[in-house]
Ligand binder design. Structure first.
Ligand code: SF4
Ligand code: SF4
Length: 379
């Protein structure tokens, strides 16, 4: 957003000042401090843009407290784009040297040194490819883009491996980049490091335009590539893996056997509210015979964030865990045995939350659930 758009939106919020954005805001609900709500944060940003207050550490902490989950925007009758405001001002803070938070600095240094935010050498990124029994040599018009977090966190690699298995079962031709895959830039963009984001975007656009179609299981990569990327030439089709799975099930290329299990689904903010992909994951789950699907009280547009987004987990892990625990408790109240999602950040945080609660609910990716059904003998 440019400065005049920012000022217009912030003035509109100040005039309304209703505070409906606090309803359901998990950060405000956890911290109970006005400046951690969209209304409070907006009034501070407005004062800063008008030169009434100077940027300081407290203001930076306020800016980086937001999950950018956009739940508040569902409740805001004035339709104030609070997440875009926050993201824009984070960028200004970084460019003027007032951001990042110290906790975020290693993530951005890692993006520069290794092409991923998790301080791991590139070779780690290629491990899942060997585990899945596929090769980076094979060339296809479709690229499966696995993403940093799914490939570099040992507790999450089952998801891209399951995705590759499903593509092979469906006889879909696809390429993978293995250790040569680079971060999509989502982390840099959400933290406000525009320069780093543009660097990663430029390199990725060059690589992705070699393909007609790019499929990713990561909700953050999907949102970033489909909504935040500008392609210089002809853009490939960017689709989320659940959308492809839905098509493969519809065309009978995947024929799941029955699973006797009760399942609920957590909408990742990047896939749901931000990209409006609500139906595809539900379609995949409900096409598995025998699965009893139950919605949580807060789902689709009203889904609660897992608590891990936009750098909050790195800066305030305890707050992320508390928010994750609330979501796991909500899932458990449905009586579901499985809590399924479609994003590595959600899966990771919800797994940690379930463990911390001692909950019996099992957290997994949609691809893992469908692989269980497709690898069984037909009944
Ligand atoms: S609901 Fe919207 S207009 Fe009202 S205070 Fe919150 S952000 Fe401002
Ligand atoms: S985007 Fe989410 S965390 Fe941030 S103020 Fe809105 S509801 Fe709260």
């Amino acid at each position: 957003m440019d400065r005049s758009e920012l000022l217009k939106a912030l003035e509109a919020c100040a005039q309304c000042s209703c505070g409906c954005c606090k309803d359901g805001c998990l950060i405000y609900g956890t911290m109970l401090e006005e400046q951690m709500s969209a209304r409070g944060r907006n009034s501070i940003i407005l004062a800063y843009l008008k030169g009434q207050i100077q940027p300081d550490v407290r203001m930076a902490r306020t800016l980086y407290s937001c999950l950018l989950c956009r739940l508040d925007e569902e409740n805001c009758l004035a339709r104030i784009p609070n997440a875009d405001i926050c993201e824009s001002v984070r960028q200004e803070f970084v460019s003027k040297g007032f951001g990042l938070l110290p906790e975020h600095v290693p993530l951005v240094a890692s993006l520069k040194n290794y092409g991923n935010p998790w301080m791991q050498p590139k070779s780690v990124r290629g491990r899942w490819v060997r585990q899945a029994g596929i090769s980076t040599e094979h060339q296809s018009h479709t690229l499966f883009f696995a993403g940093c977090t799914f490939t570099m966190s040992p507790e999450l690699t089952a998801a891209p491996i399951a995705a590759a298995k499903l593509l092979m079962i469906a006889d879909e031709d696809f390429s993978v980049l293995g250790k040569d895959e680079l971060c999509c830039g989502s982390t840099a963009l959400r933290l406000g490091d525009r320069k780093m984001f543009e660097d990663l975007r430029g390199k990725n656009v060059k690589a992705l335009t070699q393909y007609e179609r790019v499929v990713t299981s990561c909700a953050g990569c999907y949102k970033t590539m489909s909504l935040d990327y500008v392609f210089d030439g002809s853009a490939p089709d960017i689709i989320h893996f659940t959308q492809l799975l839905s098509e493969l099930l519809e065309s009978d290329k995947l024929r799941p056997s029955a699973l006797d299990v009760k399942v609920t689904y957590h909408d990742p903010c990047h896939l749901g509210r931000q990209s409006k992909v609500y139906d595809a994951p539900r379609d995949v789950i409900t096409r598995i015979p025998g699965v009893e699907f139950v919605e949580m009280k807060n789902s689709r547009e009203h889904s609660r964030c897992c608590g891990a987004g936009a750098g909050v987990k790195t800066a305030s892990p305890q707050i992320s865990l508390e928010i994750g625990k609330r979501r796991v408790e909500e899932a458990a109240r449905t009586g579901a045995e499985l809590l399924v999602s479609a994003c590595p950040f959600c899966e990771q945080n919800l797994k940690e939350a379930a463990e911390s609660l001692g909950s019996e609910i099992i957290v997994m990716d949609v691809a893992e659930l469908l692989t269980m059904a497709c690898m069984q003998d037909p009944v």
